[in-house]
Design a protein around this ligand. Sequence first.
Ligand SMILES: CC(C)(COP(=O)(O)OP(=O)(O)OC[C@H]1O[C@@H](n2cnc3c(N)ncnc32)[C@H](O)[C@@H]1OP(=O)(O)O)[C@@H](O)C(=O)NCCC(=O)NCCS
Length: 187
Amino acid sequence: MARYRTPACAPADVRVRHIARRDWGAIAALEDRAYAGRALAEGRAALQARGRASPGTCFVLDADGAPEGYLLALPYPLFRCPELHAAGDTGHAAPGGSGGAGNLHLHDVVVAEHLRGAGLAGRLIARLTATARARRYERISLVAVAGSADFWSRRGYRPYADVTPPADYGPGAVYMSRAVRPAGEEG
Ligand SMILES: CC(C)(COP(=O)(O)OP(=O)(O)OC[C@H]1O[C@@H](n2cnc3c(N)ncnc32)[C@H](O)[C@@H]1OP(=O)(O)O)[C@@H](O)C(=O)NCCC(=O)NCCS
């Protein structure tokens, strides 16, 4: 069982759950704050389109009843990634298939500033990994933005230098991926 550090202003009850319609305003506000000044924020309509594409692989971090973080993931062909700001680009890969299918793309994860460093992103990512395993996805991919490649390397993701993310992911964006291993074989 993973252990989590307690933030200074710890909420009494923190849990990861699926996203409800009422959460999207708070999710868009979290995204806006997280990427302010980087031109990476997509806005509510695009975020909601990602969520609609795959509700079972998108989660919110519920802290005492308020959304304080989120993770959006959707089936998407390996070595490709959604265009940012393009609400209609939600991929077409199906879970459990072959070739480009069988890959889940972790589009975004954000935790509210005041709760960072307490392992809460780790909880969102662990929930996604368990869901991917249960749904028989073979891999999880992502684009590390804003200098976060080390964060992902420590969670088993490896970079693919020959896969260039679209320019709107910002300078230094890195395409990364890892295999979904059977339970008990996580490194
Ligand atoms: C990245 C983010 C989700 C991490 O959330 P979190 O709840 O603080 O993460 P955890 O507590 O599970 O892990 C914290 C660890 O990751 C490290 N970390 C956090 N952001 C990092 C980054 N950008 N680069 C490298 N390491 C990072 C912390 O230093 C900490 O390390 P430690 O365990 O050795 O102390 C959060 O900082 C955030 O929302 N950032 C803005 C959005 C973002 O960049 N998302 C990722 C885009 S791909």
